[in-house]
Structures are given as C-alpha cells and as structure tokens.
Write a protein that binds this ligand. Structure first.
Ligand SMILES: [Fe+2]
Length: 129
C-alpha cells in the first residue's frame, strides 16, 4: 500500500525528472514503515545508502538539465540540493547510531523535503525551453 500518493501537481513537465521524482517516492513508500519494524539493520543501511546515491544522481541530472538550458535559478537550486544532501547524511548517521529506535523517520523527512522542493523550485523548470 502506498502511504503517500503522487499528485498531478508534482509533475514539472520534464519526463525524465518526473520519473526520478516518482522513483524517490516509491523508495520512500516501500520503506516508510519498515524503518521501525525491520529486524535487519544492515539491510536498512544498504537501502539508505542506495537512496542517498540515487538522490545524488538525480540532483546531478537535474543540474545538468538546468545548465543545458542556461537556467537562471541554477545557483539557488544547487545550494538547496547540497544542503539537503548534508542533512540527509546527518539523518543517516543518526539512524546508524540509534537504529530503529530513532524518532526520525528518514523516509518521511526525505519526501517532506522533496514535495516542498518540487512544488516551489523544481516547478519553475517547467517554464524553461
Ligand atoms: Fe531540484
């Protein structure tokens, strides 16, 4: 069952980027509850590492798209992306330290950030081209 649904308004009209955002949502949905129920912390560490790598890859794709289109909001986007990667890294460290007893739901945190970021900054990418 999907805990968070993809909404039409999340679409920024760039297929490749929309698909990557959807994949991030899928990873979030697949693991949101598992974070607290898993007995296998090693497995969760790997999922988080994959998620972090995927997000970095996604930011790279998005930033390349902006550069290609000489997008004026590139610096602002890059700054937000970098700050988020740092925060995610901190959250991941906390998870590795406290395991499933941590009160932070990393997956919830990831989508909370993404949904705001998509609706405010990424949405502007639909206007280029
Ligand atoms: Fe972005």
């Amino acid at each position: 069952m999907d805990l968070i649904r993809w909404k039409k308004e999340y679409s920024i009209g760039v297929k490749k980027l929309d698909n990557q955002h959807k994949k991030i949502l899928k990873i979030v949905n697949d693991n949101m509850e598992r974070q607290f129920s898993t007995q296998n912390e090693r497995e969760m560490e790997e999922i988080l590492e994959d998620l972090q790598n995927y997000i970095k890859e996604h930011f790279k794709t998005e930033e390349e798209y902006m550069l290609k289109h000489h997008y004026s909001g590139y610096a602002e986007q890059r700054k937000e992306h970098n700050q988020f990667v740092d925060r995610l890294f901190e959250a991941q460290k906390e998870y590795l330290k406290y395991g499933r007893v941590t009160s932070i739901n990393i997956f919830n945190f990831v989508w909370d950030w993404f949904s705001h970021h998509i609706l405010i900054l990424d949405k502007m990418l639909s206007k280029i081209d």
